[in-house]
Design a protein. Structure first.
Lengths: 124, 893
């Protein structure tokens, strides 16, 4: 059974790029453009990996992550965070919020794929 | 011949003796052993200068002429000392507390340091005393003549006697009266010589009396019988005149400059007054004891027509008692000289302080006052004043020719000097007394005395025309000098005394009530009237321990307890004492004063230490100096306060600047973070798709095209973002140069709408315009204005969420040109409206390609163009209002 990745990202072009890269590697990618629709989906069925943008309309990526960590079911869900504000402070905030891995944009496709693979397999 | 020579020799020897005594006393005082010099006995004896040649010789003459009336002159002062000692005590206390140097100084100081009053009292004193000095010279000359009576060769010397005596007295006074300047320094030599002279004159009078009673009359009983037999026994006492004379002599005792000198200025210790209050009346009693027996004996033994004023001399002489006569002469000589000496000192102090020095200070070169020559000037002025006063007396003696009887001159003088009394008593007991009152009273009293007593005393026709005496000036009979207001038939002396004192007192009280005292007068008045509240008892001079404790308490208050204790213990150790309290030696006091001065200022420290130790109260100068220091301290603290306020202001400014910097720093961080995000986002797509294109083999051609298009679009987005950023930066820094042109508003709008349409990506937007209203000529940077319009139209196109989006552009041209852009969408939430003009403020959830810089740029452009852009609330959809200032709009066509 192929691994399930949930992507929350508001930039259509970036969604397209990530979906293309991961789908090509045999992963199932489901996308949402904000946290509210994603939340319901997460409770319904947990993915193997959550890829989360920071700058989202409405609730920020940090807030979504903090809420997930507070719930027992999603406390250990692997989360890869992507941000365009690649400053040290953002990385620290992500770590405090309980992120599994952190990558700044723009990223190398190969590295991103490598990171996703390792996160998905650690889960298994 | 030999008799006269002997007399001259004895006189010279006696004078030398007095010089020697004065020198010795000064030497002793210099060595600091003033114990017996300052005994109450010496003080009491020095008061005996009240008994001048007038009382020594004149009392017997008075007894012959007026019976027991001479007693009034003794009873007056006795009354003062016994009954009014509290007045004397107050005078002495004030004198010490205020460092009073004379009667004139007392009056002047009390009434606000008025020099006019000082001069007035000085003149009064000089005028009142000069006849008296003349009287002394006359008595010495007369007594000399008695001895020279049978000696024709001495005739030529007769006229010179008074001059010789005057010169000798002036010399003595200059030598011993001006040794030092400070009025608080006593004239120890002078006082001692006077005390000795007091003993001599009492001894002389007692000796003559004893000789008359037991040597001539043969005992007390026979003497009393003789008195009964003589005319003296039948004299009736005139009650009014007795009361008047007693009052007069009492007043004179308080006011006479020479008495004030010994009573107040030379006083060392207030407690001496206690001794004097019984000892001096006793002295006066002894002086008056044998007056009547001598008078009776003189009337019996001497031929009729003999001068009764000289009985004291002539009775022993007539009995062949030359030695006794010589002693008697020395007694009279002592009385005369002591009076002249002290009077000269007192008057010279007044003349020098109130007349010469003020004049000198006014005319001296500025700067002279700070150098040492003031001391020399004062000494010279004192010495010249002494010589002047004595010589004035001599001149008066020469001019008056010694005509009037001794007692009369004395009473005239007394009445004149007594005019000071209302101002003096009022000054020390009545706070309401004012300078104007004192001046009025003194002027009225002095004038009245001069007119009714002094001038007439020279006899009719000398100063006042005879017609005035009889009919009054200009025939105004109610102004007759000896019958003012038509009240005639009175004794001239009583008449003058009554009217002068009545007018004086009435004028003093009335003018005081009618005038207001100056602050200085008020202050001085309080100091004088409440002198006992302000100054501690001078008895504390001796209470060393109590004083040291007081000093300790004061020092603790000022220096703080530990410092004060340390200072006192250090000083006590230095003095070799155990326990923390040193003796208040001058050295210690000086140290203490210096320490205190460091905290409270020199004047305050001096005043405080002086108050505890010196028994002196704070003088006005001290108070002023204190006030000065206080003012300086207040100024200093005000300066400190101003400085600390300045510091606080600076600190606040710094805090504000810091907060602003922090705010700017936060803003800058946020801005950088935003830019980073805005740049990285398109770059992420570009990198990801370029890697896909590079690394993916066998990619479908349509995908290839699609991904290449994304890369292309994102590259354009990046470029636009950079353009906007640069544009905004230029606008914000004010580096933009405007390209002003004239053009029609409608043309600008046409271009903007066309440009926005070219950028078309979203739904079709209908734009409603009013071409008629748009015919406004503008003179501005039309390209920049167009940029604003493009932004607004593009925003409406991007964000208007209506099913059929419509943008209405309204133009109204009045003073200003107002262009409104209103669409039919949902508009912008109230809370978001405030921030839409900020950089990177994106309201919409939708991704619309903008970086959130558009409206920020619009705002900057409008600011540069002198207008503004704002969100227009109260409209159905999003509404923006652009306002162009009036000067941009040309005449509407």
């Amino acid at each position: 059974m192929s691994k399930h990745v949930l992507l929350i990202e508001d930039e259509p072009n970036i969604i397209e790029a990530i979906s293309f890269i991961l789908t090509r590697e045999g992963l199932r990618v489901e996308t949402h453009t904000d946290g509210t629709t994603a939340n319901a989906r997460l409770r319904e069925r947990q993915p193997d990996l959550l890829i989360l943008d920071v700058m989202l309309p409405g609730k920020s990526g940090y807030d979504i992550l903090r809420e997930l960590r507070e719930e027992a079911a999603t406390a250990n869900l692997p989360v890869l965070m992507l941000t365009a504000r690649g400053q040290t402070r953002d990385r620290e905030m992500a770590e405090r919020a309980g992120v599994s891995a952190f990558m700044s944009k723009p990223f190398s496709n190969a590295e991103m794929l490598e990171m996703v693979r390792s996160l998905v397999t650690s889960r298994a | 011949m030999s008799m006269l020579n002997t007399l001259i020799a004895v006189c010279a020897a006696y004078a030398l003796f007095l010089f020697a005594i004065a020198f010795a006393a000064e030497r002793v005082a210099l060595r600091g052993r003033t114990g017996w010099l300052r005994s109450p006995v010496v003080y009491t004896l020095s008061l005996s200068i009240y008994c001048t040649a007038w009382t020594f010789y004149g009392a017997v003459g008075s007894a012959v002429r007026s019976g027991f009336e001479y007693l009034t002159i003794y009873l007056g002062p006795s009354l003062v000392l016994v009954g009014w000692w509290w007045i004397l005590r107050k005078l002495v206390r004030i004198g010490r507390a205020q460092r009073i140097t004379s009667v004139a100084d007392l009056i002047s100081s009390r009434y606000g340091k008025s020099n006019l009053l000082g001069v007035g009292v000085t003149i009064l004193a000089v005028v009142g005393t000069t006849p008296y000095i003349a009287l002394q010279l006359q008595s010495v000359t007369l007594s000399f003549e008695v001895f020279a009576a049978g000696d024709m060769a001495a005739g030529e010397e007769k006229g010179h006697t008074a001059l010789w005596v005057a010169a000798g007295l002036a010399l003595f006074t200059v030598i011993f009266g001006t040794r030092n300047l400070d009025a608080n320094e006593r004239h120890n030599g002078v006082v001692m010589a006077i005390a000795v002279e007091a003993v001599v004159k009492l001894a002389a009078l007692l000796a003559v009396g004893v000789f008359v009673v037991w040597g001539v009359s043969g005992g007390v009983e026979q003497t009393l019988a003789r008195i009964d037999a003589s005319a003296l026994g039948r004299w009736r006492i005139d009650g009014g005149r007795w009361a008047g004379l007693m009052l007069l002599s009492a007043a004179a005792f308080l006011c006479l400059p020479r008495i004030f000198q010994v009573l107040v200025v030379e006083n060392d210790d207030e407690t001496h007054l206690r001794t004097a209050s019984w000892a001096f009346p006793l002295y006066l009693g002894l002086m008056s004891l044998f007056v009547v027996p001598i008078a009776v004996a003189g009337l019996d033994l001497l031929p009729p027509g003999s001068n009764p004023d000289l009985f004291v001399l002539t009775v022993p002489l007539s009995q062949g008692r030359d030695g006794l006569a010589m002693l008697s002469f020395l007694g009279g000589f002592s009385s005369a000289t002591s009076m002249v000496i002290v009077a000269a000192i007192a008057l010279s102090t007044m003349v020098s302080n109130h007349v010469v020095m003020p004049l000198w200070l006014r005319f001296a070169e500025p700067g002279a006052t700070v150098s040492g020559d003031v001391r020399n000037v004062v000494l010279t002025s004192r010495r010249l004043s002494i010589i002047g006063v004595v010589m004035l007396g001599y001149l008066y003696y020469r001019l008056s020719g010694g005509g009037a009887a001794l007692a009369t001159i004395g009473l005239v003088s007394f009445t004149g000097v007594a005019q000071v009394l209302p101002a003096m008593l009022g000054g020390i007991f009545w706070r309401g007394a004012t300078r104007v009152g004192a001046l009025t009273g003194l002027t009225l009293g002095f004038g009245c005395w001069g007119y009714t007593l002094f001038l007439p005393s020279f006899g009719p026709g000398v100063f006042l025309p005879e017609a005035w005496m009889v009919h009054g000036p200009f025939g105004l009979s109610w102004l007759r000098p000896q019958a003012l207001f038509g009240i005639g038939g009175m004794d001239p002396l009583l008449h003058a005394l009554f009217w002068s004192m009545a007018l004086n007192t009435a004028g003093f009280v009335a003018a005081s009530l009618a005038s207001f005292p100056t602050p200085l007068e008020r202050l001085q008045g309080a100091q004088f009237v409440h002198v006992f509240d302000h100054s501690p008892s001078p008895r504390s001079w001796t209470g060393g321990a109590a004083q040291a404790e007081d000093l300790m308490i004061m020092a603790q208050r000022i220096l703080g307890a530990p410092d004060a204790r340390a200072l006192f213990e250090r000083e006590a150790r230095r003095q070799g004492l155990h326990g923390g309290l040193p003796d208040p030696t001058p050295g210690f006091l000086e140290t203490l004063e210096r320490e205190l001065a460091g905290s409270v200022g020199a004047a305050t420290a001096h005043a405080m230490v002086g108050q505890i130790v010196g028994g002196m109260s704070v003088s006005v100068e001290d108070l002023m100096a204190v006030a000065d220091e206080t003012a300086q301290m207040m100024e200093y603290s005000a300066r400190l306060r101003a400085q600390s306020q300045e510091l606080a202001r600076t600190a606040a400014q710094l805090r504000e600047a810091n907060a602003k910097l922090t705010r700017l720093s936060v803003q800058k961080d946020a801005f950088l973070s935003q830019i980073s995000h805005e740049l990285r986002t398109p770059m992420t797509s570009i990198r990801a798709f370029s890697e896909i294109l590079r690394d993916t083999e066998g990619l479908a051609p349509e995908d290839q095209h699609k991904y290449a298009s994304i890369i292309h679009d994102e590259a354009i987005r990046l470029t636009r973002l950079l353009d906007d950023l640069l544009d905004l930066s230029v606008l914000e820094n004010g580096q933009v140069s405007l390209n002003l042109r004239e053009g029609l508003l409608s043309d600008v709008l046409d271009r903007a709408v066309a440009a926005a349409a070219a950028d078309e990506t979203g739904a079709r937007l209908r734009i409603e315009r009013d071409p008629a209203a748009e015919q406004v000529w503008l003179n501005t940077d039309l390209d920049r204005l167009s940029q604003v319009f493009i932004n607004l139209v593009a925003n409406a196109r991007k964000y208007c969420d209506a099913v059929r989006p419509v943008l209405e552009i309204r133009v109204s041209a009045g003073e200003e040109v107002v262009i409104d852009f209103i669409d039919n969408g949902q508009g912008i939430g109230r809370e978001a409206r405030d921030m839409i003009f900020e950089k990177f403020a994106r309201v919409s959830d939708q991704k619309a390609g903008g970086a959130g810089l558009g409206l920020a740029i619009c705002r900057q452009i409008m600011v540069r163009l002198g207008g503004n852009i704002s969100y227009l609330s109260g409209q159905p959809g999003a509404a923006f209002r652009v306002v162009l200032p009036a000067n941009i709009a040309l005449a509407a066509q």
